[in-house]
Design a protein around this ligand. Structure first.
Ligand code: HAM
Length: 457
């Protein structure tokens, strides 16, 4: 569309971003660490639709949450269905658990996912409207050890991608039995101070006073520091559960801080809640007079023992977590985590003339079958331009098929660092190249599952 003949500038929608080829290596590394580690711990991959019934999120994430009231991308289809882009993954996973009768599988069911989520937030550093998450859900087990196993999983993935100094903030927000007492205590605390609260919180006092602890407005944060603590209102089972969680954390030596104000921005949680932060968050300078931006969580999760029942199933305990991949990747890049590129070509194929070009196509396929990545720029005619391209790829060898060599059924192997060249028979060139590559340094991307990547700082 254009206005007054002036073409509209086409850009990514506000708060959304492209993941460019140059950034893919960090993303790939993170995806690989998440999928390999979770597979080791028995998680199976699930993919749910990006679009779900809007009501699923209203019922699970909660009518009063910012995610639903302010940030949901919802729309009516031509057929009249009220749908929404998923703002998070847990609700869809639980819906799938119920829809596909996973309750009949051996419990717990351990599921993992990776994909984009959508939240209409005010875009700022580390806060996007399309954000990628990887997440894990364990449905059908109420043991506190599982809460900690999920946290351990996040810590292992963080270490795998070179983010070693992380810190968990943990809290327990109790259950349907003990939370009403805590809500009452909060309401009693806040009621006489209503005038000092932001507009949203004045409403939240009536609907869900726990949400007040999550408000980021300065005045509400100030008041929050004097509120009664939820931990003092836990019923005995919730108290024991949380005590066990802390003991397991100590046993595993996972670094954590108790945060009595951590309630999370979603309503489905019961008992344990946690968030994951870098131990030393990046300090984002702000103009004078402005509040420093709160540290951004790398991930968050907790127990949601009532959600399966809330969505129509039998009472089934569950726990999980999800992590914001943009934040991980940005941290990996800013901390200078070096990431090897798996499958990065170590050889370049250059050709001169039509016959060589034709033979190159077949030779490339032979290399593919032999599992050797090859870079080329078949569209270029000049050998000089192709050699420049080879240098840009940083390959160790360039194979040159000149007109003469092609007629004679040979290929030149040029060692890039020394400039030494050797003539090899065409039918032997794949084997000879493989031999040379194996004899020089091992490919940095090759590594056993879960072993540390030798290239990572
Ligand atoms: P959440 O805390 O809303 O939890 O999101 C998890 C993580 O996603 C956050 O810690 C953050 O890293 C990332 N994230 C959230 N919003 C944004 C945004 N606008 N831009 C960039 N990153 C963002 C959940 O989504 C729950 N479903 C987690 C869970 C799974 N609980 C139990 N199971």
């Amino acid at each position: 569309m254009s206005t007054k003949g002036k073409p509209t500038e086409l850009k990514t929608p506000k708060g959304m971003h492209d993941i460019l080829p140059a950034d893919q290596k960090h993303w790939e590394r993170l995806r690989r660490a998440a999928s390999e580690t979770s597979a080791f711990y028995g998680f199976e991959r699930i993919d749910t639709p990006i679009v779900e019934a809007a009501d699923l999120f209203v019922r699970s994430v909660g009518e009063e949450t910012d995610i639903v009231t302010k940030e949901l991308y919802s729309f009516k289809t031509k057929g009249g269905d009220e749908l929404a882009l998923r703002p998070e993954g847990t609700a869809g996973v639980v819906r799938a658990y119920l829809e596909h009768g996973m309750v009949n599988l051996p419990q717990p069911v351990k599921l993992s996912y990776v994909g984009p989520m959508f939240r209409h937030e005010s875009p700022q550093r580390g806060r996007y409207r399309q954000l990628w998450q990887f997440g894990f859900e364990v449905v059908g087990d109420g043991d506190p050890v599982i809460d900690v196993q999920i946290m351990q999983l996040l810590a292992i993935i963080a270490a795998e991608v070179g983010l070693k100094d992380i810190l968990f903030r943990v809290n327990s927000i109790g259950c349907a039995l003990c939370r009403p007492q805590y809500r009452k205590a909060l309401t009693q605390f806040y009621r006489p101070k209503t005038a000092r609260l932001c507009r949203d919180c004045r409403r939240r006092i009536k609907t869900n006073p726990l949400r007040l602890l999550d408000c980021k407005q300065e005045a509400c944060v100030e008041l929050r520091n004097h509120t009664p603590h939820g931990l003092d209102h836990l019923c005995p089972p919730c108290h024991h559960h949380f005590k066990a969680v802390l003991e397991f954390l100590d046993e595993l030596q996972l670094p954590y801080d108790l945060d009595p104000f951590l309630v999370r921005g979603l309503d489905y949680y019961t008992k344990t809640v946690f968030e994951l932060f870098p131990e030393e968050p990046e300090v984002v300078p702000k103009p004078e007079g402005e509040q420093p931006a709160p540290a951004l969580a790398l991930g968050g999760g907790g127990r949601y023992d009532d959600l399966v029942e809330l969505l129509g199933g039998k009472p089934t305990p569950a726990v999980g977590a999800a992590c914001g991949m943009e934040r991980w990747v940005e941290l990996m890049a800013s901390r200078g985590v070096r990431v090897s590129e798996r499958g990065r070509p170590r050889i370049f194929l250059a050709q001169l003339g039509d016959l060589a070009k034709k033979k190159s196509l077949r030779l490339l396929e032979e290399f593919r079958k032999a599992g050797v990545a090859v870079a080329e720029s078949l569209g270029r005619q000049s050998i000089k331009a192709q050699l420049r391209s080879a240098a840009r790829h940083g390959v160790e060898y360039t194979l040159i098929m000149g007109q003469k060599e092609t007629l004679e059924g040979t290929v030149i192997i040029r060692e890039m660092h020394s400039g030494m060249q050797e003539l090899v028979a065409l039918e032997k060139v794949v084997a000879e190249t493989k031999r040379r590559l194996a004899a020089s340094r091992p490919p940095s991307g090759a590594r056993p599952v879960l072993a540390p990547d030798p290239d990572d700082a």
